[in-house]
Design a binder for this molecule. Structure first.
Ligand code: GAR
Length: 201
């Protein structure tokens, strides 16, 4: 099983996944990082763990198709079975999603379908609701949408600041994402009528 992690920024989820692979808790033959931001901290994390980096900056291409074609070309040598989006702040085209059908997984910091978009934690915090959460899901043609693999609630306490809520969410993400990837890699996920079900979970 060969994994490509796509990330644009800090890369804490990327590193959480890599640590589980290094401990042997997730059985992966090779990992490569695909990053669209030349200055992203996730690149430093990848180099620290000796993980190869494919840097494809959107600014170098005139449109999304060319950008995605470049990614696909550069991934060819890696024989990728699974793509994990970990803070990859670009919307992939339906054509790209189709190419890797049921093999692209995303993590989102809310209980989808609530609080889609790039500021999900702040949106939930500002809404004054009593809970939010984390969702790991397969990617389909819509943004922050697709069959849910794992989803877990996080309480928003009165005493929470935005920073403390972010911390709680990220801590949960670092557990939930490796857990969901492990289920996929061990062949424990099946689809029934567009929904995910588990075998021997
Ligand atoms: C994570 O909270 C992830 O859920 C979110 O970006 C953050 C990346 O953090 N993704 C989305 O909002 C996708 N819509 P990281 O770079 O430290 O892993």
């Amino acid at each position: 099983m060969n994994l490509a992690v796509f990330a644009s920024g800090n890369g804490s989820n990327f590193e959480a996944i890599v640590k589980k692979i290094k401990k042997g808790e997730i059985k992966i033959n090779s990992v490569v990082l695909v990053c669209d931001q030349p200055g992203a901290f996730v690149i430093k994390r990848a180099l620290k763990h000796n993980i190869r980096v494919i840097l494809v900056s959107r600014r170098d291409f005139k449109n999304r198709d060319d950008f995605e074609t470049a990614i696909t070309e550069r991934l060819k040598n890696y024989r990728i079975n699974l793509i994990a989006l970990a803070g990859f702040m670009r919307v992939l085209s339906p054509a790209f999603v189709k190419k890797f059908k049921d093999r692209i997984i995303n993590i989102h910091p809310s209980l989808l379908p609530a609080f889609k978009g790039a500021c999900a934690i702040k949106d939930a915090y500002d809404s004054r609701c009593s809970s939010t959460g984390v969702t790991v899901h397969f990617v389909d043609k819509e943004v922050d949408h697709g069959p849910v693999i794992l989803q877990k609630e996080v309480k928003i306490d009165r005493a929470d600041s935005l920073a403390s809520l972010e911390k709680k969410i990220h801590l949960l993400e670092h557990k939930l994402y490796p857990q969901a990837l492990k289920l996929f890699i061990e062949g424990k996920i099946r689809f029934k009528k567009g929904r995910v079900c588990f075998i021997n979970f």
